[in-house]
Design a protein around this ligand. Sequence first.
Ligand code: ZN
Length: 468
Amino acid sequence: MTTMTAAAREGAIDHATKYYEEGRFQSDLGALVAFETESQNPEQKAELMRYLREAMEPRLVAMGFACEIFANPDPRGGPLLVGERIEDPALTTVLTYGHGDVIRAQTDQWREGLHPFRLVEEGERLYGRGTADNKGQHLINIAALEAVLAERGRLGFNVRIVIEMSEETGSAGLPEFFAAQKDRLQADVLIASDGPRLQPDTPTMFMGSRGGVGFDLIVDLREGAHHSGNWGGLLADPAMILAHALASICDRRGQIKVPEWRPDSLTPAVRAALDGLPIEGEDGPAIDHDWGEESLTPAERVFGWNSFAVLAMTSGVPEAPVNAISASARATCQLRYVVGTDPEDILPALRRHLDREGFGMVKIVPMDRGFFKATRLDPDHPWVKFTAASLARTAGKPPHILPNLAGSLPNDSFSEILGLPTVWVPHSYRGCSQHAPNEHVLKPVCRDALRAMAGLFWDIGETGGPGA
Ligand SMILES: [Zn+2]
């Protein structure tokens, strides 16, 4: 690289740094947080459209995007914005994505002095609902594109952008919309941001996510409860049957015993990618090293394996127990799974397993709410290597690379429906209280992320990406 192009790369990164240091990032984020875009709250439906029309569209149009806002094909979902900035159809096209909706505000649970829809600065933190998930993250990416435009006058590549407003309710309609708009969303790669960095001071990349399946296990034996003195010893206890059924699914350290739930995808390449990744930090509870698949490292357990959880469980009335054998027991369960597990066979496999173990009386009732499917991209994919090299150059150290996020994202719509390689560069950190009161971002991470993304977008414009 010549000195001149290296200086221009620095120029683009400087624009992004100034955007942060002059306070514009903070005031722009404050403006986005003020939109009360709770997609789980039907009373805020109008806010979803207002976010797209008033916060996103004008800014993107000023950057030379042609934008269109679509009604969601699924009546449960909010509107979707699609924008495109095509410099030359022969150039590389990047698709980027963000979600402008946020989870429930939980206003009365925020700490004194904070409010979900007001950006509050405290030390290194910026508090507000959506700062981390996901307003701050797509703002950073949009501002990084602006920084490249400011330096070069053009991007050097084409961009398409999708902003959806229903991610927190499971991205209703997104798969159908993508299937219908496949041509319009055509691109070479998805580069987007959501979720946390593994450690705040080091960029992270992930290329997919774990999927999830939710279901109830119900043991419903008879009409009503019966006196535990007169009937105890004569009537089977549903809570105990349910406990034994659960114990047949996982052993006492949480190792999965359903054969089909044990993935076959923890390859040497994936193990190598996960080797040495820091899992423990100050920003969360201490890890239980004696929990989970014994032969695996903690990183392999959370990023490379499946995990079963009992989210809630009940029999009788725990708040007011009576002397009776209860009639039924219920556990709400979840399997988080990685690629290498057949999503269509998760519940049938559980049925076969429970029957084999003598628990034919345990009913499996799938949850209504859909979940995202597991996805993953090979850590050796050219776009992974290209992005990693660019992030390393800006940060001065290599990024942490995860084959997939432990949590879930609508990544299957990008990877399966649009057929794109997917590279996610998260801009938050694990202690951000995403999906809880006191959600916040760290200011140094935002500054760092603006610089990293400006460098990445600069490099794509300079070289056309790995395929060019
Ligand atoms: Zn979220």
